[in-house]
Design a protein around this ligand. Structure first.
Ligand code: NDP
Ligand code: MG
Ligand code: MG
Length: 340
């Protein structure tokens, strides 16, 4: 089994006395900045004026422009949306990097797909929490953490690995476990996971189940509880103890249905399509499509997003959730918890 590192395995001195610029203060940015600060590190946040800037000021962190934060820092963590990173990097980060600095990412996309080409005289690594930013923050405050992957792309100083590990410890990830990967592996598995299983696979499965019931004449409210709401309760059991633990908790009837019907829904054909998805990721086809979509102002993204938000399951869900006050409201209405 690969070596998973925990707090006791990691020396953090290598990062003490260094200044860390966290660029961006969104889902990941706020969590990294606050966790690192509370872990005793010297943090400055780099932003443009706006919503995030105001929030960072409110939270009591030092904020300045991206250019100034980069110039002031030894370690520059880029937590801007992936599609914005190349432009901001060219304009404000690259001109302010110094030899021996660390250029850091939480996802390998832009380095792996050559959208950012770093200078040869900096360290380049990634520290990628395997969970949404709001949970990186929440678990830290609870004394726990979200596990993370780290990878070194370029080691100019000879210290890149040690700095990466100290950073991972600083955000609380080493409480849960930190393991080494490569930019290629992190990028390709992250994209595959979110497309085929975590986000794309799951939303498609939920909608198909909901539509099947509603089209057969069952009440949409019942279909919503059955196909969406209850999924959380099942996933909690999976998270705690794998498939076996979930199957222990459900009825034997449900377990028999799981065995005989699951493979009828997700079968060899489905797996063949998953392989196609993985091939598109590996060959850069998916990346190219997403880059072009952004360069043309997201015509398809916006159209699909509008129609998805109007799906019947969303309308029914909004009404039902409003009647369940114990359900925590999303951190921000636009963007709920996002798996990356
Ligand atoms: P968010 O969209 O949540 O936040 C982006 C931040 O960047 C905001 O603070 C935004 O500020 C700021 N920003 C956007 N454009 C600019 C600009 N031109 N100049 C300065 N600041 C700007 O991003 P995420 O946290 O989701 O993603 C950050 C990185 O982390 C990505 O690489 C992603 O792949 C990775 N990641 C994300 C995970 C997640 O949980 N979301 C999980 C693991 C990795 P403003 O308010 O001004 O727009
Ligand atoms: Mg049941
Ligand atoms: Mg992702």
């Amino acid at each position: 089994m690969v070596k998973v590192l925990y707090n006791g395995d990691i020396q953090e001195e290598v990062l003490q006395g260094k200044k860390i610029a966290v660029i961006g203060y969104g889902s990941q940015g706020h969590a990294h900045a606050l966790n690192l600060k509370e872990s005793g590190f010297d943090v400055i946040v780099g932003l443009r004026g706006g919503k995030s800037w105001d929030k960072a000021v409110e939270d009591g962190v030092e904020v300045t422009s991206v250019a100034e934060a980069t110039a002031a820092a030894d370690v520059v963590m880029v937590l801007l949306p992936d599609e914005m990173q190349p432009k901001v990097y060219e304009e404000s980060i690259k001109p302010n990097l110094e030899a021996g600095n660390s250029l850091v990412f939480a996802h390998g996309f832009n380095i792996h797909f050559s959208q950012i080409v770093p200078p040869a005289d900096v360290d380049v690594f990634l520290v990628a929490p395997k969970g949404p930013g709001h949970l990186v923050r929440r678990t830290y405050t609870e004394g726990a953490g979200v596990p993370a992957l780290y990878a070194v792309y370029q080691d100019y100083t000879g210290q890149a690995r040690d700095v990466a590990l100290a950073y991972a410890k600083g955000i609380g990830a080493a409480r849960a476990g930190v393991l080494e990967t490569t930019f290629q592996e992190e990028t390709e598995t992250d994209l595959f996971g979110e497309q085929a299983v975590l986000c794309g696979g799951t939303t498609a499965l939920i909608k198909a189940g909901f539509e099947t019931l509603v089209e057969a004449g069952y009440q949409p409210e019942v279909a919503y509880f059955e196909c969406l709401h209850e999924l959380k309760l099942i996933v909690d059991l999976l998270y705690e103890g794998g498939l076996e633990n979930m199957r222990y908790s459900i009825s034997d009837t449900a377990q028999w249905g799981d065995f005989v019907s699951g493979p009828r829904v997700v079968n060899e054909d489905t797996k063949a399509r998953m392989k196609d998805i993985l091939t598109d990721i590996q060959t850069g086809k998916f990346a190219q499509g997403w880059i072009l979509e952004n360069q043309t102002n997201r015509p398809q993204f916006n159209a699909i997003n509008r129609s998805e938000n109007n799906h019947q399951i969303e309308k029914v869900g909004r009404e039902l959730r409003a009647l369940m006050p114990f359900i925590k409201k999303p951190e921000n209405a636009k963007k709920e918890v996002v798996v990356n």
